[in-house]
Design a protein around this ligand. Structure first.
Ligand code: TXA
Ligand code: MG
Length: 334
């Protein structure tokens, strides 16, 4: 593990990580959303190592990280005006665009799809690494498949210490949930994964509505192969409470927990109702701060050995959409 100043990473250490990427290695590095498990996106063998390291199904394609919008455009077969507009407005930043892929992008990256997911991250360490490596870097979140994404280098080591060649540790990531994913390869822009950049902001920039796949029947083809319902889940059972009466619901959930079970909770404020819960964690009701702390809270409760994690629902407004999505997935039974 190499420690780095998140704002001014040491150039020598960045060079070391970049050589590792260029030699076909796996480097975990911070982005502003979560830590990624990176490999040279143009090196098939290195990309396959990512899938093996995570135990990721080969049908789930990877996001390719680029140093600039023009590098991202060079990996596409078509660069529509929508991509230009969204890239100009939100890159570098937590937005991923799905576009028809150029021939140089290996099929391993796109899991055989004709499209590629692209993102220009803004974290100074990610930026420095991309520039020094001078190749695009394919990187899923640096966690074993189906696990909770890492927002600290320690989370990466917990799940992938044996598999990764190098971890760049620049402390906590600032956004805390994965990027918003928009598909621009079809006739209209479609939201594939909500994130900190919300639909209203995207529609303002695009000047047109953004579709969302909505409720999918189990038989319908998934617009994003990674949209497995259960995802981002801790080992513990997660119970997401219904909106409404918190105190009585918390009390009932604690009462109904199996005898001797260790119970944790994630709540929006401490009082009332958390008495009787072994490990309550309070997250603030500012969505940006809540998102930044959510995965660390889930990792912490999992590490404590909680059998049950009770989560208070969050507001239904658009700014909470990314967080609601992650809570829903974490609480879907396997
Ligand atoms: O914030 C993030 O996006 C983080 C950091 C490391 O950049 N990365 C991340 O990667 O969350 P991952 O692999 O955990 O999630 C990528 C998502 C998956 O749901 C995947 O199916 C989808 O993007 N995706 C990738 N390529 C796609 C494509 N060609 N078409 C549709 N969905 C795609
Ligand atoms: Mg992931």
């Amino acid at each position: 593990m190499l420690r780095l100043d998140p704002e001014h990473p040491d150039p020598g250490r960045i060079r070391q990580a970049a050589s590792c990427i260029r030699a076909g290695g796996l480097v975990a590095f911070p982005t502003e959303t979560v830590y990624g498990l990176g490999a040279n996106a143009l090196d098939r063998a290195a990309v396959l190592r990512i899938f093996r390291a995570k135990g990721r199904p080969s049908f789930n394609p990877l996001i390719v990280h680029c140093a600039s919008g023009s590098e991202a455009a060079s990996l596409t077969a078509a660069w529509p005006a929508e991509a230009e507009r969204l890239g100009a407005a939100f890159w570098p930043g937590p937005l991923t665009l799905v576009l028809p892929k150029a021939g140089i992008v290996p099929d391993e990256v796109s899991a055989g799809l004709p499209t590629v997911a692209l993102r220009v991250p803004r974290h100074p360490v990610a930026q420095a690494l991309l520039r020094a490596a001078a190749v695009p870097i394919a990187a899923p979140s640096a966690n074993p498949s189906m696990g909770i994404s890492p927002t600290h280098a320690e989370h990466v080591l917990k799940g992938l210490a044996e598999q990764v060649d190098l971890v760049l540790d620049a402390g906590a990531t600032s956004i805390g949930i994965e990027s918003t994913v928009i598909d621009l390869s079809g006739p209209r822009a479609m939201l594939l994964r909500p994130g900190s950049i919300g639909i209203p902001e995207l529609e303002r920039v695009l000047g047109q509505p953004v579709g969302s796949p909505g409720a999918l029947s189990p038989e319908s083809p998934r617009p994003s192969p990674g949209m497995l319902t259960r995802h981002y889940a801790p080992r513990a059972r997660v119970l997401l409470l219904e909106p409404g009466e918190r105190t009585s619901q918390l009390a009932r959930a604690v009462e109904e927990a199996p005898a001797g079970a260790m119970v944790g909770a994630i709540v929006l404020d401490r009082d009332p109702g958390v008495e009787g819960i072994g490990h309550p964690i309070v997250l603030p009701s500012d969505p940006a701060v809540y998102a930044a702390g959510l995965y660390a809270a889930l990792h912490q409760l999992d590490d404590l050995g909680c059998d049950l994690i009770i989560i208070e629902p969050v507001p239904t407004s658009a700014v909470w959409a990314g967080i609601r999505d992650r809570l829903q997935r974490a609480s879907t039974p396997p």
